[in-house]
Ligand binder design. Structure first.
Ligand SMILES: NC(=O)c1ccc[n+]([C@@H]2O[C@H](COP(=O)([O-])OP(=O)(O)OC[C@H]3O[C@@H](n4cnc5c(N)ncnc54)[C@H](O)[C@@H]3O)[C@@H](O)[C@H]2O)c1
Length: 309
């Protein structure tokens, strides 16, 4: 499949860099739009950007950068975002700027240039704080527990509006906590791995009972590509690992993969964190023929074997 170039916004980030590698491997011409925001070390992002992509360094909200990035491009993977729940509770404005205003600017620029296909990296956080229920794409998703979650839901709604108003084909891919090599440094597994490798106590927020449907990064990438290829009108799809793992069990699995006895230090729950995520994967399986391939044990083994950043 190589009928036109693809644009990956946020292609220098954790998931974006893996996605670029996968797209290059299937023979596609890849352009990356990334502003190397300083939320974490920009040098690290530059280093993980795969060779062979065309880089446009700039912000989503800058029309000149957007125009350059969309030149000779047939479709888009939109991953650029202000990510992370906790900082959004302190200052929501950058989340609105990039995740809402930036997404709308991108959709309009696509409309103006006749670029009609997009996969949008949305998030399980849109489902809010619920426990003991399976998250289905047709749930209301109208009670976000953080400004980050609200900004992702707003992005989805503008994607739906772009499909209805301008005929774009947009798949909103609700990713459930993604982990693997190059994971963002402030995310729990990244912190745990660093702490285990340096012999520090592992810092756990809450009592360890919070649980997530963790997704290995190659499964997330395969889901994004399948949704991009299938996009028609506006659709939403969950992409998750398919097993709900309590935090404490994940720590034990990672410690076993690293080969250490982890010493745990508990801190109060962080506001904005949801107690559990649990994906229904019927839409992904039926619509995309996608299913998760990497178990937690295998994914954490690969993660533990990745170089220290
Ligand atoms: N990592 C997860 O577990 C997870 C879960 C659900 C959804 N997501 C979504 O997946 C996407 C990628 O997440 P990630 O973990 O790889 O994050 P990341 O921070 O590593 O990557 C985001 C990239 O976007 C770039 N960026 C930020 N603002 C920009 C702007 N205004 N213009 C251009 N580039 C900009 C950053 O420099 C960075 O390289 C995000 O949209 C995130 O909301 C991630």
């Amino acid at each position: 499949m190589n009928e036109g170039g693809v644009l990956v916004t946020g292609g220098a980030g954790f998931i974006g860099s893996h996605l670029c590698e996968a797209l290059l491997a299937r023979g596609q011409r890849v352009t990356v739009l990334d502003n190397f925001d300083p939320v974490y070390d920009p040098a690290r992002k530059r280093a993980q950007l795969p060779a062979g992509v065309r880089l446009v360094e700039g912000c989503l909200t800058d029309p000149v950068s957007l125009g350059d990035a969309l030149t000779d491009v047939a479709s888009v993977f939109h991953l650029a975002a202000r990510a992370g729940v906790r900082p959004s509770l302190i200052d929501a404005a950058p989340y609105v700027h990039t995740n809402v205003v930036g997404t709308v600017a991108l959709l309009q620029a696509m409309r103006d240039r006749g670029v009609r296909r997009m996969a949008f990296a949305s998030s399980s956080s849109v489902y809010g704080a619920r426990r003991g229920v399976v998250f289905r794409e047709d749930d209301a998703a109208d009670q976000p527990a953080s400004p980050y979650a609200a900004s992702k839901r707003a992005g989805e709604l503008f994607c739906a509006a772009a499909a209805a108003s301008w005929g774009l084909n947009v798949a909103c891919v609700r990713l459930f906590t993604v982990y693997g090599p190059r994971q963002r440094p402030e995310m729990a597994f990244s912190r745990f791995l660093h702490q285990m490798r340096s012999g520090e106590a592992v810092t756990v927020y809450g009592d360890g009972a919070s649980a997530r449907d963790y997704t290995y990064v190659s499964d997330a990438v395969a889901g994004l590509i399948a949704a991009h290829d299938a996009a028609s009108g506006a659709r939403v799809v969950n992409i998750a690992g398919g097993a709900v793992t309590p935090l404490i069990e994940a720590v034990q699995l990672l410690a076993a993969a690293v080969g250490v006895d982890a010493h745990l230090q508990y801190f109060a729950d962080q506001p904005g964190d949801v107690p559990e995520t649990r994906a229904d994967l019927q839409v992904a399986m039926r619509w995309l023929g996608w299913s998760p391939q990497v178990s937690m044990t295998e994914g954490l083994r690969r993660f533990a074997a990745s170089p220290e950043r």
